[in-house]
Design a protein around this ligand. Sequence first.
Ligand code: NAP
Ligand code: ZN
Ligand code: ZN
Length: 347
Amino acid sequence: MVVKAYGTPAGDAPLAPLNITRRMPGAHDVQIGILFCGICHSDLHQARGEWAGTLYPCVPGHEIVGRVTSVGAHVTSHRPGDLVGVGCIVDSCRHCSECNDGLENYCDGMIGTYNGPTPDAPGHTLGGYSQEVVVHERYVLKITHPEDQLAAVAPLLCAGITTWSPLRHWGTGPGKKVGVVGIGGLGHMGIKLAHAMGAHVVAFTTSESKRTDALKLGADQVVVSRNAAEMAVHAKSFDLILNTVAAPHDLDAFLVLLKRDGTMTLVGAPATPHPMPNVFNLIMRRRSLAGSMIGGIPETQEMLDFCAKHGVTSDIEMIRADEIETAYERMLKGDVKYRFVMDIGTM
Ligand code: NAP
Ligand code: ZN
Ligand code: ZN
C-alpha cells in the first residue's frame, strides 16, 4: 500500500512530502494508522547524515503512537482499534541471548524503525513520519494512558525508555541521588522518571531559562553547569548521573560529582567524540563511565505501564508535518519544551 510520508533524499536536502510503500500485513504483523510521532534528536542526526551510514530516502521517526487498523491471522496480542506504540525497534533475531533476555536493543540483528535492513522497498526501514506502519506484533507496545494524552505518550517510546532503562539498571529509587544532564527530550523524561521512582533528582542545564521548569518537571535541585561554584556544591555526592547531552563536552566536570562507586551513564550520542576524560577521576573513587542504548521490548512495556499508573507523560509542542525543518533548527538551539510531536493528520 502507498502512504504519505515526510522524508529526505539526501543529508543536505530538507525533509519534504513523499509517497512510500508499506508491505501488506503478514500473519504476525500489525498494521497501525499513525496518529502522532515524536521528534527525537536522533532523527536529525540520521536525516542530516551526521552519523555514518544513513540510507536515503530517509524517513525518520521512532516515537510512534496510533491505532491498530488490521492484524495478521496469527496475531494474538493486539486487536483492531487498540491504541499502540512503536519505538526504535521493529525486528531482531528473536533467538539470541539478548532477545531471550528481552533486551532486543542489544541483539546483533536488531532492526531499527528507520535505516535498518529489510526486504521491503526500498531495502531499508522507513520511520514514523508517515501515515501507516506495519510491524511484527512482538515489537508493538500497548498504550493504556487515556486517549486524550496520546500525543504526549509518543515521546515515551524513545526518550522515555532511553532514560528508564539506565535509571532502572543502576538502581534508581528512594535514598539515591541522581543527576540528569541536559534538559531536552531525553533529559526532561529522565527528571520525571527518576522523580517518580523516588530518587533525589538534580538537573544540570546550560540554559538559565530552564531553571524554574526543571523544578516543575520534578527536580529537587537545579544546577547551571557553566557555574563552577554551583557545581562544586555537589562534589562526590551522586550515585548515578544520566548524561543526555547531544554535543561533545567536558565529562570530567560531571565525573568529579560522583561518589565512590558512582556511575555516569552516557545516552547522548554526539556526532563527534567527547574529549577523553582524565582517568584519575575514575581511578580515585572507583567510579564508572558507562553507556546505554534505548531499551528492550518488555522493559518498554513496563515503563509505559508505570507511566500510565503514575500519570507520567512528556511535555510537548505539537507541530504540523510541514514545520519539521523549523523544529529541527529550534532543537539545535535547545529551544523546545520539551519534545516536538508531529500531528500526522496534517500530512
Ligand atoms: P534534545 O532534545 O536536543 O536535548 C539535548 C539537550 O542537551 C539540550 O536541550 C541541552 O539541554 C543539552 N545541550 C547542552 N549543550 C548542547 C549542545 N551544544 N548541543 C545540543 N544540546 C546541548 O535531544 P534529545 O532528543 O534529548 O537527544 C539527546 C541525545 O541523545 C542525542 O544525541 C540523541 O541522538 C541521543 N539519543 C540516544 C539514545 C540512546 O539509545 N542512547 C536514544 C535517543 C537519543 P540544556 O539546555 O538543559 O543544557
Ligand atoms: Zn530517539
Ligand atoms: Zn537477537
